[in-house]
Design a binder for this molecule. Sequence first.
Ligand code: 1GP
Length: 227
Amino acid sequence: MKKINEWKHIFKLDPAKEISDEHLDLICESGTDAIIVGGTDNMTLDGVLDLLSRIRRSHTVTCILEVSEEEILTPGFDHYFVPMVLNSKDKKFMMDIQHKAIKEYIDMMEFSEVFFEGYCILNEDSKAFKHTNSFLPDAGDVKAYAYMAEHVFHLPIFYVEYSGTYGDPKLVEEVKEELDNTMLFYGGGIENSMQAQEMKEHADVIIVGNSIYTDIKSALKTVKAIN
Ligand code: 1GP
């Protein structure tokens, strides 16, 4: 299994969305480094377990649960990613949800399996932005968050999240310049090979989500495009 700092590409599957077995097989065997199971709306434990068991039935791809709410927490994943939303106006999305979960599960947590992600959500129209009551940071703000992710909080991951829309590659480039040890994840609106390559120029890892459901052929091509 590749180490996380060698990863380049992740597919993000939303348990609230339908995917056929055929498409799921293609995603799992695409050569992507990992699959994140995660979403914002209508996440249920049943949905998460269903997806995990369908993946595990015939594939060995690395599986990650993005734990945006405690109710969906379940054993069986290779890794657990816990978002901390740096640009949320509510402390609970940065600190309190995570604190409560750690207090409850501290004895069960294998810390090597758990990675905390410093999220910066930049698409005002996205569900994630609204749900977390985030504010729209300017480029200077984003770079300062990146600095804090690495030097203040020592987080392994800084996640530039444009969920649902293609972001600004120049900003991603500037953010990357702030980071030495913390990995830069980019997700949002990647629908084709060209966009995958453009964002991968600067980000350590690109995450492809929605296009799995809108144009699977194109989504699959993003893996080869950056390898
Ligand atoms: C969402 O960053 C991911 O959390 C991927 O974004 O769905 O827009 O590809 P898309």
